[in-house]
Design a protein around this ligand. Structure first.
Ligand code: SF4
Length: 413
């Protein structure tokens, strides 16, 4: 993805699913106009779905996910099927590619059930519309067979070979994507044109070289979109900057790592929050995260805490999850805690061994993936909070840091 491209998390994620012989990858290639084939240096060892960010008309910026066959067999095959099912957690629109010359199989029926359960809008692409039998008769689904298929959901007959109705399929995907929830603003909805916003960005040894990280970039972009003014400072410059501004800023947004210093240097009448709290509001559950933070006060010796980050490749938020947060948790609770750290797609489905989950802002995860994680924790009764909220709680400034959101209530988890 180029530097000017939309971040993956803000793109509609289109997942293609199907059996190995349904022609799924050919349909993906026909829809995208690109070869998105599974490539592995060691043949037969690729288990991860192939994912690519691209512009797809008439949709705009999307991420296309080509998943492994859902009827794969053997130990590796089962792993692939599991990965295909996991891809559902971030899929905004699903396309099930079925072979129009065969019957609907159990794995396909199961997948259709999962689309419904997870409320993922979907279309069934009935492939191989071009095929004829040896006598030149069409063997593609028609009549009662077509009725059977349309009984499962909206269908469209297509051919990856001739390109038949591929444009129509793209149009259908676009209309399904348009039905989704509109993206929530990060901060821009809280601002008026001309407002000053001071952003506090520490540049320590753990900060990536030569650039700002994605949560900071996204906040600045959203502030500019509201015709407000971003003033970006390091924590040591905050006090002086606030004194020189001429008018009070609408808010101060800080990196959570320097919450305590920024709290001390920001006059009490100024609203103060953090990047990860804004992300919890945008794509998470801010209320749940505030209540989840109270679980820190109940931690006992031997309890396990899961710290989870959304970065897939290089850790962008520095050593906050791997070093600072574990240290602050132990200092605050004075307990011997077990800390586990996951990143990227590794979020475990079974959270029963944990007493608390602390998640990063998740700026690299799309809204659907973040909701899935929140639901996993909620369904299992495990409190889940967020970096900024956990740190604000431990520093005793939680109420102030969510003061911009008067609907938030405080209470026991
Ligand atoms: S750790 Fe989380 S908040 Fe930080 S850059 Fe990665 S996904 Fe975004």
């Amino acid at each position: 993805m180029g530097l000017n491209a939309a971040p993956s998390a803000n793109r509609t994620h289109i997942g293609f699913f199907g059996k190995r012989n349904a022609g799924k990858s050919s349909i993906v290639n026909a829809v995208t106009g690109q070869a998105l084939a599974v490539v592995s240096e060691v043949k037969g060892t690729t288990t991860d779905p192939v994912q690519k960010a691209m512009e797809l008309l008439p949709l705009g910026p999307v991420v296309v996910i080509d998943t492994p066959g859902i009827d794969d067999v053997g130990a590796l095959g089962e792993l692939r099927v599991e990965k295909a099912r996991q891809a559902l957690n971030k899929t905004d629109v699903a396309v099930l590619v079925v072979d129009g010359t065969g019957c609907v199989s159990d794995p396909e029926r199961e997948l259709l059930g999962l689309f419904r359960e997870k409320e993922i809008p979907f279309v069934i692409a009935v492939n191989k519309a071009d095929l004829q039998d040896a006598e030149g008769k069409e063997i593609f689904a028609k009549g009662s067979r077509w009725e059977e298929l349309t009984g499962y959901g909206p269908c469209i007959s297509v051919s990856a070979v001739t390109g038949y109705q591929i444009q129509e399929l793209k149009g259908k995907i676009a209309s399904l994507a348009a039905q989704g929830e509109p993206a929530r603003r990060l901060v821009g909805d809280l601002l008026q044109p001309g407002d000053f916003v001071v952003l506090v960005v520490p540049i320590d040894k753990a900060a990536p070289k030569g650039r700002l990280i994605l949560p900071q970039q996204q906040a600045i972009r959203d502030i500019l979109e509201s015709d407000a003014i971003s003033i970006v400072v390091k924590e040591n410059e905050l006090k002086r900057t606030l004194g020189q501004l001429g008018k009070p800023p609408a808010m101060v947004i800080t990196d959570s790592q320097v919450f305590a210093k920024v709290n001390a240097d920001t006059p009490p009448e100024l609203p103060l929050t953090s990047f990860s709290i804004l992300f919890a509001r945008q794509k998470g559950d801010l209320q749940g995260a505030v209540q989840g933070a109270a679980a820190i006060g109940n931690l006992q010796d031997g309890d396990k805490v899961l710290i989870s980050e959304g970065c897939t490749h290089h850790r962008q938020c520095g050593d906050i999850g791997s070093e600072k947060l574990p240290r602050w948790l132990k200092e605050h609770t004075q307990k011997e805690l077990g800390i586990a750290l996951t990143s990227g797609t590794e979020f475990p489905e079974d959270l029963s061994e944990y007493k608390l989950v602390i998640h990063c802002g998740g700026c690299m995860l799309n809204g659907r993936e973040m909701k899935h994680r929140l639901k996993c924790a909620a369904d299992q009764g495990i409190p889940m909070t967020n970096y900024g909220i956990a740190i604000a709680y431990m520093k005793g400034i939680l109420e102030r840091s969510v003061g911009l959101f008067p609907d938030i209530v405080f209470g026991k988890p």
